[in-house]
Unconditional design. Structure first.
Length: 436
């Protein structure tokens, strides 16, 4: 199946950083290190290139620095070409037994770190068996929410913790750039310039060092990787062009409510016949890859959620095409991702009354509500509308309302509850990790 030499080489290569300097993400690393104190299976999930592998590599290095034998860290990244023939749980069982027999020291703790585990068919059966032996500390990672949540919720129910990794927040991006974010006005020019880049290019660290002409090429390659490896192979998709056009339609209509019929009608106009069921399935596939997130409507008069009318957002601004004309979408997308980072995806909604008046975001937090309006420029022409929508929602729900703006052009800037979106992004003491 695989020689001992190649298995050892795959272990070594899987945990190497290469020439890239590892970037510490303290909240995530703290969670991973604390999780070593229990024997539950730890599942690290999230969008491709969001940093799952780097965090697991840092965890491996931390274990070695603390005195763990490197041979007792069974770290494998199943995207490594040396492991291309390892496809089934029986193959995985074979190399596990070889590892125990030839490499591991059974008298010391053994840590299992299996990266991109979804590539192995039936992997959860072996992981469950190893868990039930009570001897090992197990970490698995993957880029498909259905695969991991499905297997973990059924076969591994009650035996796992799940951590979702997101691309860099703006605060993390500033840390990467070496820009202090403690006080916005002390470093305002640097922070504003950094935000301009971040709003356009998002928080996927792998492309931070790319020159501008190469960013579009990187984005296209990333989308193709998701299409081919995470969706087409897993779900046996025939019409790849429709799959990609569904994604581009969603990314081009951030901030707007979308129905399945609306997408079908758009394809009809292009002479393409696609059913609502197919569209629904394709959107679901993009959701399982963590590329797209669905935002449901909150009926604030009745305090309940409807999912028939929805909005969709991207996991990262890098996925939104266009130039300055798309900046309004990018700004709202940034706010959405930050809200889900702080309060969890299940606690964020949008609101709309029967007359079409809309609240961009409704957040439920500890049985309290917060409301957010987002605009590029707050000025004398739109100030009544933006604050008026916040007043409207207070007729039904009591909570704190805020207008987030990029620029303030009002003649009377001191009135109303509002703040710069940049200040809002950086002035948050600690982002609690949402785990399952």
């Amino acid at each position: 199946m695989i020689s001992l030499q190649k298995l050892q080489q795959a272990m070594s290569e899987s945990r190497e950083f290469g020439s890239v300097i590892p970037i510490k993400r303290n909240e995530y690393l703290s969670w991973l290190e604390k999780s070593m104190n229990n024997r539950l299976i730890k599942a690290v999930v999230g969008f491709r290139r969001s940093g799952k592998s780097f965090l697991l590599k840092i965890l491996s290095k931390s274990l070695i620095d603390r005195g763990t034998l490197s041979s007792n860290i069974f770290y494998l990244n199943f995207e490594n070409d040396l492991l291309s023939n390892i496809k089934t749980v029986q193959h995985l069982r074979n190399i596990w037994e070889e590892y125990l027999r030839e490499i591991a020291d059974p008298d010391h703790p053994i840590y299992i770190i299996w990266d991109e585990i979804q590539l192995i068919s039936g992997w959860e059966k072996l992981v469950r068996s190893l868990y039930e032996q009570g001897k090992y500390n197990i970490y698995v990672s993957g880029s498909n929410s259905n695969l991991l949540s499905g297997e973990l919720s059924s076969s591994l129910s009650g035996r796992s913790l799940q951590l979702e990794i997101k691309p860099f927040s703006f605060r993390e991006y500033l840390d990467y750039r070496g820009i202090k974010s403690d006080s916005y006005y002390c470093e305002k020019q640097k922070i504003d310039r950094a935000f301009s880049v971040y709003m356009q290019r998002g928080g996927i660290a792998e492309q931070f060092g790319l020159e501008e002409p190469f960013v579009s090429n990187y984005q296209s390659g990333l989308i193709q990787k998701i299409i081919l490896d995470d969706i087409v192979k897993r779900y046996s998709i025939d019409n790849v062009n429709i799959l990609q056009e569904v994604f581009e339609f969603i990314c081009g209509n951030i901030t707007s409510t979308i129905s399945l019929r609306k997408i079908v009608n758009r394809f009809d106009e292009q002479g393409l016949k696609v059913s609502t069921t197919t569209i629904d399935n394709y959107i679901g596939y993009w959701q399982t890859s963590y590329a797209v997130e669905k935002l449901n409507k909150f009926d604030y008069r009745l305090s309940r959620v409807f999912d028939r009318t929805s909005k969709y957002y991207c996991i990262d601004n890098l996925l939104i095409k266009g130039r300055e004309e798309s900046n309004e979408k990018r700004l709202e997308n940034l706010v959405y991702i930050e809200l889900t980072r702080r309060y969890g995806r299940k606690n964020v909604f949008f609101g709309q009354d029967q007359n079409g008046y809309e609240i961009d975001f409704v957040v439920k937090n500890d049985n309290k509500f917060m409301f957010f309006q987002v605009c590029m420029v707050l000025n004398d022409k739109n100030v009544k509308r933006e604050f008026g929508n916040l007043e409207l929602i207070n007729k039904y729900l009591k909570g704190q309302g805020t207008v987030l703006f990029l620029d303030d052009a009002r003649s009377n800037p001191d009135s109303g509850s509002c703040t710069s979106v940049i200040e809002w992004l950086i002035n948050y003491s600690s982002v609690p990790l949402i785990t399952r």
